[in-house]
Design a protein around this ligand. Structure first.
Ligand code: SAM
Length: 220
């Protein structure tokens, strides 16, 4: 494990998450490895290992570490999985997932704000991940070109499950998505081998809105 100048802070953050949540070794190891301070503005680096969202500009945020950990656990990520992330933001969550799915896996992050997609791409490049691709576009439509996906997760809250995401999820696959406007819940969607869908409510959450064809009609 690489010990950069923020390693002790990162370890402290992960120890705290371990006390508060039931975390698997793969999620713990990925979060210990990915340097969250690389994904935030210079003036926020000292806050990078506190458990809250931070601004990444354009009215958007890098999600709180506990939410990244919870979503990774709910997805039951496995080595070799092909994963679609809707809402790549800073690229941090994609990097954590990339650590878990490994070199045989792939993460495709889709981000609607071109400047953020560039920011995410640069951050990912700095750390040398070759199994992450960041694309600009409306992720509420999914990304047909690389479909189907073993796992899909959405980091912005949708009015309902976007039908293209259901279509692009592999049989036997899993999706995690926040749904709702002022009141939001995180859902775990499973598609069984026969293509039947089940939907479980994990609990209340707070995300920025998903904007786009199957998102809310927000401007920002
Ligand atoms: N996962 C990110 C990270 O690790 O930094 C945090 C994501 S932030 C909470 C949500 C992101 O979703 C924002 O960057 C926002 O621009 C993006 N977003 C909203 N609607 C979108 C859409 N239809 N397609 C792609 N990205 C979208």
């Amino acid at each position: 494990m690489e010990k950069d100048e923020y390693f002790e802070k990162r370890k402290w953050m992960v120890e705290k998450l371990k006390r508060e949540l039931e975390l698997s070794d793969k999620v713990v190891n990925a979060m210990l490895k990915v340097p969250r301070h690389i994904f935030v503005f210079d003036e926020l680096k000292d806050e990078a290992y506190n458990d809250y969202p931070l601004s990444i500009g354009f009215g958007q945020t890098i999600s709180a570490p506990h939410m990244v950990a919870i979503m990774c656990e709910l997805l039951s990520l496995e080595e070799g999985n092909k994963v679609l992330e809707v809402g790549a933001g800073s690229g941090y969550h994609a990097a954590v997932v990339a650590e878990i799915v490994g070199e045989r896996g792939k993460v495709i992050g889709i981000e609607r704000i071109p400047e953020l997609a560039k920011f995410a791409r640069e951050n990912i490049k700095k750390l040398g991940y070759e199994n992450v691709e960041i694309i600009v576009g409306d992720g509420s439509r999914g990304y047909e070109k690389e479909a189907p996906y073993d796992r899909i997760y959405v980091t912005a809250s949708a009015p309902d499950i976007p039908p293209p995401l259901i279509e692009q999820l592999k049989k036997g696959g899993k999706m995690v998505i926040p749904i709702g406007d002022f009141i939001q819940y995180l859902y775990v969607i499973e598609k069984d081998k026969k293509g039947r869908i089940t939907k479980k409510n994990w609990g209340s959450v707070r995300f920025v809105p998903l904007v786009g064809e199957y998102g809310f009609d927000h401007k920002g």
